[in-house]
Design a protein around this ligand. Structure first.
Ligand SMILES: [Zn+2]
Length: 247
């Protein structure tokens, strides 16, 4: 049956001398593995289209109960050229692609699809990639039903007046509850208010500059750590290892 959907390219692997295996996250089928025959030849109809981050309109001949499908046609919906032209956007954006590649199930999730689209569009329009990737992680945790609660202590439920992140657990505790643990990271007010704002704001409202006085290293570590505690496959993300070396 001939199918058609919109899909983000997550990863491309070579297949033989001339073909490619394209891992995608699509609007109507969730994650898809597509074989693009002849994609590496000079005359391929897919030339220039199959790149990580690209949002494509794809056509494939669906055979159910097969692990992969054959890509028959593809057109650009959004190449995200500005995003692809910025090294920092590629670094932070790769974390998003790797999470989807490693964690996401093979089923459709329209809310998640729309989140990816909104975050890549924001980066493409000039929102700092680091901030947009924080936004993605906060909302991805919500979609997966494993949010990082910034209003109340995870342990006792009391409203947070002072806040401590427990890296071993991946949750935020109050001053009273954190004393049982030997390792905690104190979160200052700018950090807490940023996390709160990110979890509530619409992606269109992401600002074009990162607020002052932010400990961005701490926020990176906190969110990567939260992912690692929630998803086994996020314990060693290659994209995070690369970013740590660059920073
Ligand atoms: Zn507490």
């Amino acid at each position: 049956m001939l199918q058609n959907t919109h899909a983000f390219v997550l990863k491309i692997n070579p297949k033989g001398e001339t073909s490619s295996i394209v891992h995608c996250f699509s609007q109507d089928f969730g994650k898809l593995i597509l074989i693009a025959k002849g994609a590496k030849t000079a005359k391929s109809q897919f030339k220039g289209l199959l790149e990580p981050f690209s949002l494509l309109n794809i056509h494939f001949n669906e055979k159910k109960n097969r692990a992969y499908q054959f890509l028959s046609q593809a057109e650009y919906i959004n190449p995200f050229r500005h995003l692809k032209g910025q090294p920092e956007a590629i670094l932070y954006g790769s974390i998003i692609l790797e999470i989807l590649y490693k964690v996401q199930e093979y089923q459709a999730d329209k809310t998640l699809f729309d989140l990816i689209k909104a975050v890549f569009t924001a980066i493409d329009n000039g929102v700092p990639a680091m901030l947009a990737h924080w936004y993605f992680i906060m909302h991805y945790l919500q979609i997966e039903g494993l949010p990082l609660n910034t209003d109340a202590c995870y342990h006792c439920g009391a409203p947070l007046t002072s806040a401590y992140f427990l890296p071993k657990l991946g949750y935020i505790y109050c001053d009273g509850c954190r004393s049982d643990f030997s390792l905690e990271w104190e979160l200052d007010m700018p950090t807490m208010s940023l996390l709160k704002r990110l979890s509530q704001m619409a992606p269109e409202d992401l600002p074009e500059t990162i607020y002052d006085n932010l400990n961005s290293t701490l926020i990176n570590r906190l969110l990567w750590n939260t992912l690692a505690t929630r998803f086994d496959n996020c314990r060693s993300l290659q994209s995070v290892t690369i970013l740590r070396k660059v920073l």
